[in-house]
Design a binder for this molecule. Structure first.
Ligand code: SAM
Ligand code: DTB
Ligand code: SF4
Length: 325
């Protein structure tokens, strides 16, 4: 599925960034205890280390996506992709948002399996944003690539955050997705920033990338000026039928290192321990919080795959003395 034009040996030089990839690699290479101490020290300068922000996700338009992202179960190009469903109506979205608020979430994130919204798609989403905001929740949308003027319409409806992940390092991007390129992602992030909406941008690890490429992902995020307010770090959820199913699992300690490096590079951003928590032990999650993660997706579903039940998260928070931010 690669769109890479280079010869068969895939050795790509990291793309130059304001934050040099070599400096990020040097952080990854620190002894674990030193890295954790540095991350925790940085974390405590800007945040209460015992508080974690809770965001709940809802898929408002599931499946049938024309894009070919190798990790995603919603692409119609992958066999056994999830069934396409019509867009949820406003009442269904509002009852999910009320339930999320009652359970303690402060932000509600609405996701759609689109390459990007057409105007007729955006109109109902604008109503959802306005009404969810009126419930007293922060609002977030992840709808794919935005066209001119769409970010402003979302902002005017009361959108607080727009999520658009750069997913992986530019040198690895073509191995994972061929239907758009890395620059397209940056272009949408610029539109979001230009409209004055908070930026939520992160990536996925555990897709078979190298450590240099993990460093490249974080160097890109930290080089956004200013860096994203919210940085979701996803561990690949391997779904049968997707091209990345069967990828060798990432060492959990390397995942914790990725969180710690993100915290050090983006000291005042919320770093979200995102997809992949259901498969993670309490001990690894505890290390992620120690490494500076201070946000999670909360609720028993991500978009189409599972997330820990509310009860499991409440028990984990009690065990660790964490409270919602
Ligand atoms: N279609 C829009 C887009 O791609 O921007 C919005 C929804 S898309 C599902 C949002 C993000 O979910 C992706 O950018 C990716 O980072 C993440 N994601 C999707 N499938 C995943 C998986 N199997 N494991 C981890 N993260 C995943
Ligand atoms: C993000 O960084 N991760 C979320 C959210 N932003 C949209 C999505 C994770 C999706 C995991 C696979 C699924 O449930 O379909
Ligand atoms: Fe479509 Fe988004 Fe999934 Fe890619 S990640 S296939 S754009 S829903």
């Amino acid at each position: 599925m690669s769109s890479c034009n280079c010869s068969s040996i895939h050795v790509h030089k990291p793309v130059e960034t304001k934050v040099p990839v070599e400096a990020v690699e040097a952080l990854f290479e620190k002894p674990f205890s030193d890295l954790m101490f540095e991350a925790q020290t940085v974390h405590r300068k800007s945040f209460d280390p015992n508080k974690v922000q809770l965001s709940t996700l809802l898929s408002i338009k599931t499946g049938g996506c024309p894009e070919d992202c190798g990790y995603c179960p919603q692409s119609k190009r992958h066999p056994n992709a999830v069934e396409e469903e019509p867009m949820l109506d406003l009442d269904a979205v509002l009852s999910a948002a009320r339930a999320a608020k009652d359970a303690g979430a402060t932000r509600f994130c609405m996701g759609a399996a689109w390459r990007g919204p057409k105007q007729r798609d955006l109109d109902p989403v604008i109503d959802m944003v306005r009404e969810v905001k009126a419930l007293g929740l922060e609002t977030c949308c992840t709808l794919g690539m935005l066209r001119e003027g769409q970010a402003e319409q979302l902002r005017d409806a009361g959108l607080d955050y727009y999520n658009h992940n750069i997913d992986t390092a530019p040198e690895f991007y073509g191995e994972i997705i061929s239907t758009r390129d890395f620059e397209d992602r940056l272009d949408t992030l610029n539109k979001v920033r230009g409209a004055g909406i908070n930026v939520c941008a992160g990536g996925i690890v555990g897709m078979g990338e190298s450590r240099v490429q993990r460093a490249g992902l974080l160097a890109q995020l930290a080089s956004l000026d200013p860096p994203p307010e919210s940085v979701p770090i996803n561990l690949l959820v391997q779904v049968e039928g997707t091209p990345l199913h069967g990828t060798e699992a990432l060492d959990p300690v390397e995942f914790v290192r990725t969180i710690a490096v993100a915290r050090i590079l983006m000291p005042t951003s919320y770093v979200r321990l995102s997809a992949g928590r259901q498969q993670m032990s309490d001990a690894i999650q505890a290390l992620c919080f120690l490494a500076g993660a201070n946000s999670i997706f909360y609720g028993d579903k991500l978009l189409t795959t599972g997330n820990p039940e509310w009860e499991r998260d409440q028990a984990l928070f009690n065990k660790l003395g964490l409270t919602p931010a």
